[in-house]
Design a protein around this ligand. Structure first.
Ligand code: ARG
Length: 448
């Protein structure tokens, strides 16, 4: 439709090659909602009569109700909806091209869809935090040998590890709240690059779509994808850290360590070795975290050569954003379920505590303080004992050791339980923030 008079009908093969019509299923709802708000605006500023605007709105709602089945030959959802509109109400449908371009329109729809994904992810993260914190309380005194360099390091507890993962997740949620404000600005009315002549109240359009504000500059509004890359970078950075925790769990699940026991629904076996118990769900999540890095790199690499205005390259970046969001939402949901079912095999941990000296740092600390001798002197003495066969001399009771740790953030079980309880109490506020924003976003569905 767009190209007919300018370039001729074109070639279906090439139109399909450059088309975003399939990817646009993600944003169809928001594309129609933004058009309705735009028609409202054209009515309010007197371009369209009440009757004309009503007819167009009605047809747009009909298009939405009939679902997204665009078929072939359209460049994108924008062309499909406009063509469908003209089919339904005749040339009157052509008014929707006034005072609007695909560049501000698609940026608007992408921001709305991204807001929905971010809020859905935040909901999953809050539920994940509740699981982590409840489990942390439950396992605050279940010992685990913590490792560094994949070597036994110090004694701690599963609860202490889970509080670490929870603090990471809380930091992500903080960043997502700030990140949401960057996404929550409307580009609608910015035109293709340098605005439009038609009088548009951009703030009123933004309000109509439940945005918190507008992107002021029309070049930034249409040409930039920073609103997308910033949130993806934060999420992918978080996922990489989560993947590292998965590495720990994977070690603990090895029969050679056997420190934790999982619900068998997270395991798979082998087609030939019936003894195998493979941590399938964690392996797949970890692989998808790798994919998420790839998707983030794809978005950045696609955007990098594009000038500071719209080029069709940007269209090709969008699907990678949705992929990252789905990887995060699905993966965290799986990990939450894993954590709910995990149990510490205290007997096995106890055996290794008797075998590996993991309280020698604390032993040296104690001697250094009680005998008032420089730490290095004691450290060297302890090192010599470890090399001799008198290891038993420097082994301390691990339970006593963690109970004696009183500094903030240590594995002291009382402290872990209190901290978990404190964090659980503060979570309600987060749920309210998410709910308010979700309601604001969903309110635009009333337009349809
Ligand atoms: N389908 C495009 C996208 O998803 C929007 C259209 C902009 N096209 C253009 N030729 N200016 O980004």
């Amino acid at each position: 439709m767009y190209r007919k008079e300018a370039l001729g009908p074109g070639d279906v093969g090439k139109i399909n090659y450059t088309s975003s019509i399939n990817d646009d299923a993600e944003i169809f709802k928001y594309v129609v909602a933004a058009l309705i708000v735009h028609v409202n605006e054209l009515e309010k500023n007197g371009v369209l009569s009440e009757d004309e605007a009503a007819k167009i709105r009605e047809a747009l709602r009909g298009i939405y109700r009939d679902g997204y089945r665009p078929g072939e030959g359209f460049e994108d959802v924008h062309e499909f909806v406009e063509a469908e509109l003209i089919k339904r109400v005749g040339p009157l449908g052509g008014w929707v091209g006034l005072g609007r371009s695909r560049n501000d329109h698609v940026a608007t729809a992408i921001r709305l869809r991204l807001k929905e994904y971010v809020l859905d992810l935040m909901n999953v993260l809050v539920e994940f935090r509740k699981t982590l914190l409840n489990k942390a309380r439950e396992t605050a005194d279940q010992l685990i040998i913590g490792s560094t360099h994949k070597q036994p390091a110090q004694v701690t507890t599963l609860g202490h590890y889970l509080l670490a993962l929870d603090e990471l997740t809380s930091d992500l949620i903080d960043l997502l709240m700030a990140s949401y404000r960057v996404i929550d600005k409307s580009p609608l009315g910015a035109g293709p690059l340098a605005g439009v002549l038609t009088r548009i109240d951009r703030r009123r359009e933004a309000d109509g779509l439940g945005f918190g504000g507008v992107v002021n500059n029309s070049i930034y509004a249409t040409g930039s994808r920073f609103f997308m890359t910033q949130v993806l970078a934060i999420i992918v950075s978080y996922l990489v850290e989560v993947g590292r925790f998965i590495n720990n769990v994977e070690m603990w699940l090895m029969p050679q360590l056997n420190y934790v026991i999982t619900d068998p629904s997270h395991l798979a076996t082998s087609s030939i070795m019936p003894h195998k118990r493979n941590p399938a769900t964690l392996e797949v999540f970890r692989a998808r975290i790798g994919e998420a890095i790839g998707h983030l790199m794809a978005v950045l690499a696609i955007e990098r050569p594009v000038e500071f205005g719209y080029q069709l390259d940007l269209q090709e970046a969008t699907r990678h954003a949705w992929a990252v969001m789905r990887i995060a939402i699905d993966g965290i949901s799986i990990l939450k379920d894993f954590i709910e079912g995990v149990k510490v095999n205290s007997e096995r941990v106890g055996e290794d505590l008797a075998k590996y000296p993991v309280t020698t740092a604390e032993y040296a600390e104690k001697v250094s303080i009680s005998e008032h001798r420089p730490f290095r002197e004691v450290y060297n003495e302890v090192a010599r004992v470890i090399r001799s066969d008198e290891l038993g001399k420097v082994l301390l009771d691990p339970v006593q050791i963690i109970n004696e740790k009183l500094n903030e953030g240590s594995p002291n079980p009382n402290q872990v339980r209190e901290e978990a309880a404190r964090r659980l109490r503060s979570i309600e506020q987060l749920s309210n923030w998410i709910l308010n924003n979700k309601n604001k976003l969903l309110s635009i569905l009333k337009l349809l």
